[in-house]
Write a protein of this length. Structure first.
Length: 741
């Protein structure tokens, strides 16, 4: 009986620990979420975002659309902003991003003003600006914020009066009542609606979405409460593979709680089977039903209540270690779930005591050890846990393969030195002298400057308009371009395979001559020295020569492009080396925006990091769930062994040794564990196949996860089997037979 209490306590400890850790991590996420909403006073605000299926949709708002959604929502105000317009200051002393917004936009967004005021309707269309404190300090380095108010700022050929300074802003703000037209349509990038009553939010969203669905210029948008717009989980829901693992994590936590409760119910049934005769004797001697219930519950509260408290402490510490926020609410909720589970798991014990008939119990054997629910739920726990792990592991492997392939194709070590656009200092163009100085300081690092030109290639009657990438001889190595034929030389072109196919349909391009011309390229005849193989990826972040592009040595195109970009391979560089290299380039352009190192595959690497982060959380929950599943399998094994105890006693009486009994029990439990593990792995694999087909993902058998699942099942089977087999084998046969008669 004491063993059952210890096992119950272990199950409660693990379950409460898992719940508390998850709640702690969620508390941190919720605190950040609430801070985002509060910072912009967004509790009663509706905004708009593209639908998940329309990620590349470009909405075309008009003033009529804005007024229509405002009326549908019953909003007391609608406010909007445009995209960015970059304006140069006099003498290129700064490049100021400017945003046009509705009057009062910054106040509506709860922006903090350091000095001055917001733009009003009176400022609409007039030359007035609101600057951020950082931008004001760059333009007027010797003035305090309140002294900047009233000053004039040059934007292109016009002067604008500064009427306000805000603590933080990504651009300077102008005001207009009517959105401005740009690129053939009104320049409105984001619209917000503030409702008169927050309680009407859901109904307003429903009405607006019905309107958007029937309005083609806006049909790719959906209206959402601002709170939903900034919810951290939205990021996971829009990322393939991460979305699936995040959903499975929620299911796994819910399953762990269910499994813990089921384990406690099973333990209660076994405990009842063990104590039926003891209870019956107490009843015969005069003990009442409720007194027995009280005694049993009092014994449970001591050990299992302690397990709940310790589990909560463990979960809070684990959650804090993983970046969570320890709160009283998380602690109380974790303890509450544990106590509720304990109460629910104790119900079978209470029921068995209350319905006990003492004389019948004294005549019967331990019948509850053969209770069918033990066989069902004991196998169910480990099987479903393994299925979920195989399913989530399969998605992780798929995600790592697909996203990792993109990172590898772009170049995990491909770095571009880019101007820091958090400042408004002018952007400097890296030069060949800069490149020479950097190469002298870092001779082992492949690096090059790439200029892009528009050009036309002609061969006879065939022509092709292509992007021409002009760089020195290091381009092939830095870009990762592979050559299908020929070799790169300083006096010829390398054609993308689509360019080569268009100009040379017979496939023999190397050594031939083409005519090259363009807006900044004088007409000349150039030989083709190589044809590039198709790139590993056509992502815009990649530098590999695209099929419709051409590489030309810099010496062939002396005219400078409007922009130049410096790339390098940083495989052998540390973060400190990259900072030093960026600082060196920045020092050569002291009056320009400082340079910073940016990995071109950073977006996909961040995607991969999110996938791995979600996988780590899932694996942690899976580990605790496996422990709960081991408890469930142990309960099943104990019940099966208890049901066969009389047979084992007879075997011992007729000559079987302890080693024979131990071996027989161990083999039986291990076979059971492998059967359950194989079933769970098969279910997980089938679910993965069906899910990937439905989501149009590639299907790859997760061999590693299948092997790990069977290994876990075998390990649990061995651990549980040894414990149960030893307990059965050590019992004397006479004691067994006497107890079972």
């Amino acid at each position: 009986m004491r063993l059952f209490k210890i096992v119950n306590g272990l199950g409660l400890f693990l379950m409460v620990g898992l719940i508390s850790a998850v709640l702690t991590i969620r508390a941190h996420s919720d605190a950040e979420w609430q801070a985002l909403v509060a910072a912009t006073a967004g509790e009663d605000v509706i905004t708009f975002r593209t639908k998940p299926s329309e990620q590349f949709f470009l909405p075309e708002w008009t003033p009529e659309h804005i007024e229509a959604v405002r009326a549908l929502a019953g909003a007391r105000e609608a406010f909007w902003r445009s995209g960015y317009h970059f304006a140069q200051g006099p003498g290129l002393t700064y490049v100021l991003p400017v945003v046009v917004a509705s009057p009062g936009f910054l106040t509506a967004r709860n922006t903090e003003f350091v000095a001055g005021r917001d733009l009003s309707e009176e400022d609409s269309g007039r030359r007035r600006l609101v600057l951020s404190e950082a931008h004001a300090q760059t333009i007027f380095p010797e003035l305090a914020p309140h002294e900047v108010v009233g000053r004039m700022v040059w934007v292109l050929e016009e002067q604008f009066e500064v009427v306000g300074i805000v603590a933080e802003a990504d651009a300077a703000y102008r005001a207009t009542i009517m959105p401005v037209e740009r690129f053939g349509f009104y320049d409105v990038q984001q619209v917000y609606l503030r409702l008169a009553e927050a309680g009407t939010l859901a109904e307003a969203v429903r009405r607006i979405n019905a309107y958007l669905a029937g309005t083609p210029p806006l049909s790719g948008l959906e209206a959402v409460p601002y709170r939903e717009f900034v919810r951290p989980g939205v990021v996971y829901e829009r990322l393939d593979y991460v979305r699936e693992i995040s959903g499975l994590f929620t299911w796994l936590v819910a399953f762990a709680v269910l499994l813990a409760v089921v384990n406690m119910v099973n333990q209660a049934l076994l405990a009842a089977a063990e104590k039926r005769r003891s209870w019956a004797l107490h009843r015969v001697l005069g003990a009442g039903r409720w007194k027995l219930v009280g005694l049993e519950l009092a014994q449970s509260v001591r050990l299992e209540g302690l397990a709940v408290v310790l589990g909560a402490l463990f979960g809070l510490l684990l959650g804090a270690y993983l970046g969570g926020l320890v709160t009283a609410q998380a602690a109380l909720l974790g303890v509450g779930v544990g106590l509720a589970s304990l109460a629910l798991g104790s119900l079978p014990l209470v029921w068995e005591v209350l319905k006990l008939y003492p004389y019948r119990a004294l005549r019967q054997s331990h019948g509850l050890a053969r209770h069918g629910i033990l066989n069902l739920t004991g196998a169910f726990g480990l099987s479903l846990a393994l299925a979920l792990v195989v399913l989530a592991g399969g998605f992780r492997d798929l995600g790592q393969a697909v996203i990792g392939a993109e990172v590898e194709a772009i170049g995990a070590d491909l770095v571009e030195l880019v101007p820091d656009r958090s400042t408004i200092l002018p952007v400097a163009r890296p030069t060949e002298r800069d490149l020479g100085a950097l190469r002298q300081a870092y001779p082992a690092v492949p690096m090059t400057i790439v200029e892009r030109h528009q050009a036309q290639l002609q061969r006879g009657e065939r022509t092709f308009s292509a992007d021409v990438l002009a760089a020195d001889e290091a381009f092939i190595a830095v870009s990762g371009t592979r050559l299908a034929s020929g070799s790169e030389r300083a006096d010829g072109l390398v054609l993308g395979h689509a360019v080569a196919a268009a100009l040379f349909p017979d496939g023999d391009a190397v050594g031939k001559v083409v005519t090259l011309s363009g807006p900044r390229i004088s007409r000349r005849e150039v030989s083709v020295t190589a044809v590039a193989a198709p790139p590993s990826t056509e992502r815009l972040e990649a530098l590999q020569l695209r099929p419709d592009a051409v590489y030309a040595p810099s010496a062939l195109i002396p005219a400078a492009a409007l922009s130049a970009r410096l790339y390098l391979r940083a495989a052998d560089l540390t973060g400190a080396d990259l900072e030093a290299l960026s600082a060196m380039l920045s020092a050569r352009h002291p009056n320009a925006a400082p340079f910073m190192a940016r990995h071109t595959a950073a977006t996909y690497q961040a995607y991969l990091d999110r996938l791995n982060e979600q996988s780590r959380q899932f694996n942690l929950a899976a580990t605790l769930t496996f422990a709960l599943a081991a408890v469930g399998l142990g309960t099943l094994a104990a019940a099966r062994a208890r049901a066969r105890l009389y047979v084992r006693g007879l075997e011992r009486a007729f000559g079987a040794t302890r080693a024979d009994i131990f071996r027989s029990e161990l083999i039986g439990v291990v076979k059971l564990a492998l059967l359950v593990g194989g079933l769970g792995s098969a279910v997980g694999l089938a679910a993965l196949w069906a899910w990937t087909r439905a989501a149009a993902y590639p299907f790859v058998i997760p061999h590693g996860w299948l092997a790990a699942a069977l290994g876990v099942a075998l390990g649990i089977g061995l651990a549980v089997g040894v414990a149960v087999a030893r307990r059965i084998a050590e019992q004397p046969p006479i004691a067994i037979l006497r107890g079972e008669l």
